[in-house]
Design a protein around this ligand. Structure first.
Ligand code: G3H
Length: 540
């Protein structure tokens, strides 16, 4: 029996624990440009929670507040501030010594940690992420910043030495690229955004940052920390519709790095607006349809456990989620039975409730979209295997395990980004191999099996197709020191603590012929500290 009782899902305001209650809706008019919080007197966007509360008029969607709907002109002013702060690479920020830039980021991190409770509360209310995962997102982001600082120190230490090759003396350092535009996704509005924003800043770029479409208000508690921790114009935070604001920024040709997590269509449309394509570097995290392949010789309990969390943590709203499962016919029945049983044990509810796994979805229209995919699949022969699968209440959709799924169904190709779990039974593993070869996406996949010959063969079949092959484990981004990328339409570039520092910088080399007069010149520059680039300073 599923634990979903639709009428009991949404609470009364009084049922909410004190610590997580909301105050009055927040009318945010501030945005950060050129080191000051400017006030926007134009139109605002209403911020709705995926959470409904029971009241006198039935269940009503909670309004959390509103945020500025900046126009193109206001967005361009933010860009101009970033352009001025970079000043063609002559600005104070891009020329600051690495150790000093690190101090600014450390100051910001200390201020950010003070706002943990507010940010976690807003993560729950704005995107419906459960308490445990919201806390994890916050803490993982702080850890990422600490690791980034340490990785940069290490990088800088290596660059503090000279190299002598074939009579040429050289010093190689990484320098910033210019003005970065950073945009994150709504499912990890803090973490994924900061995994580009912080490396961009710490490498000496100046930044315009636009928060995701949901998870916007949670940046409000950090605005003052951003303002106070960085010099004017180094970080600018804008709000509004992407079409109006971001399009204008890209069309200006003044953006040098475009960090974006979203759809490949959105990324292509925006990149095309840039008038100087080869001067734009992009770091993109895009669509994915990661398959899980369950082989006949398998530890089925482990496969089911991993597939359930892989497909359904944060209601399947992860780019790395398992979005289609290929299950060998020999183990299909027990797999479906155990999956359904596990799924039935997942607790639906409000994000702050103890042990809650399934929560309301933030995207308007998402429940209808999932219902359409489900109807399309059932009309073409799939069945909902689990009890209660596909039931909904307002913004909440109870997960549906669908089987047998076939290529003519929309769910076979479309990225559902939600709690639908399609299962394709197969007899010949070539079915799963062909799916991956033909797919437009190539982020990750999971292989569940324990026959060394078969697992080994599949790894080789997939090694040139996806960015990561997980064996007997769900797909995931972490640990953050591992490379995170994708093939085909799933990504551009590679991110990790180590890679992001490289993505937001380029190597510049100072070289000279190794002879007496040059040796003296370089020594004098170093001794008299005439240059920050030519220096043997060592950060401890
Ligand atoms: O939405 C995509 C995220 O990068 C996934 O990260 O695998 O840690 O949930 P995760």
């Amino acid at each position: 029996m599923s634990r979903f009782a639709p009428e009991a899902l949404f609470p009364h305001a009084d049922d909410i624990p004190e610590a997580w209650r909301l105050g009055a809706p927040v009318e945010q008019r501030e945005y950060l440009v050129d080191g000051e919080l400017r006030r926007w007197d134009g139109p605002l966007a209403t911020v709705r929670s995926p959470i409904f509360l029971k009241g006198e008029r039935g269940e009503e969607q909670v309004i959390l507040g509103s945020t500025p709907l900046l126009d193109a002109d206001a967005a361009l002013q933010a860009l101009d501030a970033a352009v001025r702060a970079y000043d063609n690479g002559q600005g104070a920020w891009p020329n600051l010594r690495v150790g000093e830039r690190i101090h600014h980021v450390e100051a910001f991190l200390a201020r950010m940690r003070e706002r943990r409770h507010e940010v976690v509360r807003l993560l729950m209310w704005e995107i419906g992420k459960n308490l445990k995962d919201s806390e994890k997102e916050f803490d993982r982001t702080c850890d990422y910043m600490v690791d980034t600082i340490n990785a940069l120190k290490e990088l800088d230490r290596r660059s503090s030495r000279f190299e002598l090759e074939q009579g040429t003396l050289g010093q190689i350092r990484r320098v910033p690229l210019g003005v970065a535009l950073c945009m994150g996704p709504y499912n990890y509005p803090l973490n994924e955004t900061f995994t580009t924003l912080i490396p961009a800043l710490i490498m000496g770029n100046t930044v315009v940052f636009k928060p995701a479409k949901f998870g916007v208000l949670l940046m409000r508690p950090l605005l003052e920390a951003f303002r106070d921790s960085f010099p004017a114009g180094v970080i600018n935070i804008i709000y509004g519709r992407g079409r109006e604001t971001v399009s204008a920024l890209m069309a200006s040709g003044k953006v040098d790095v475009f960090a974006f997590i979203g759809t490949n269509k959105g990324a292509s449309d925006l990149k095309k607006l840039h008038p100087r394509p080869h001067r734009l570097r992009a770091a993109l995290g895009l669509d994915a349809k990661n398959p899980g392949i369950v082989l006949p010789q398998v530890d089925l309990d482990n496969a089911v456990n991993e597939a359930v969390t892989g497909a359904l943590s944060f209601n399947g709203q992860r780019c790395t989620a398992l979005k289609i499962l290929f299950v060998h016919e020999d183990v299909l029945e027990p797999f479906l039975a155990r999956f359904s049983a596990k799924l039935a044990a997942l607790k639906p509810g409000m994000p702050w409730e103890d042990g809650v796994a399934l929560t309301p979805l933030p995207e308007p229209g998402k429940v209808d979209y999932l219902a359409t995919l489900l109807q399309d699949a059932t009309a073409k022969g799939a069945q909902v295997v689990n009890d209660g699968g596909g039931q909904s209440r307002e913004s909440f959709f109870y997960p549906a395990l669908l089987c047998p799924v076939s290529p003519d169904m929309r769910i076979y190709q479309e990225e559902q980004f939600g709690p639908l779990v399609p299962v394709v039974p197969y007899r010949d593993v070539q079915t799963a191999i062909d799916y991956v070869l033909d797919s437009d996406y190539g982020q990750q996949l999971s292989i569940f099996g324990n026959d060394p010959a078969e697992v080994g063969r599949l790894v080789d079949a997939f090694a040139n197709q996806v960015g990561r092959i997980n064996i007997n484990a769900q797909c995931q981004r972490g640990p953050d020191t591992f490379p995170f990328n994708g093939r085909k339409n799933s990504a551009e570039g590679t991110l990790s603590v180590h890679d992001a520092l490289r993505t937001f910088s380029i190597r510049t080399l100072v070289a000279t012929r190794f002879q007496e007069d040059n040796k003296t010149l370089i020594s004098e520059i170093i001794r008299n500290r005439e240059s920050s680039f030519i220096s043997t300073d060592y950060i401890f």
